[in-house]
Design a protein. Sequence first.
Length: 131
Amino acid sequence: MDDRLFREALDRHWAASDANDLEAEHQIYRDDAVLDYPQSGERIRGRRNIQASRAAQPNRKRFTVRRITGSGALWVTEFVLTYDGRPSYTVSIMELCDGEVARETQYFSDAFEPGASRVQWVERIPDTERL
């Protein structure tokens, strides 16, 4: 799959994630895909298990993509994942094999107040850019 086609598939994936369309969301994964959440130490093997684990989450999720970069076998998406109104700044790293996601690693970070020790060198990112 060329980069343009995978980028379109990735756009559909994130739109389906935001719409809670679990079937469409998981079409980009290989049957034997692996999903890692390093911060919690979790690894989920298999597209159907990944889908089932996401379906079991009781929270209302929203996905706002900030940026997608990548080519070939490696793609990175920066997005804000909001659970029940609480935003988490998230990075998804997807590794492809034969045009499908073989491995995904997601990292999550909650928002925090800027450090007073660096205030003289910092400009605030507008809320409209932070999402």
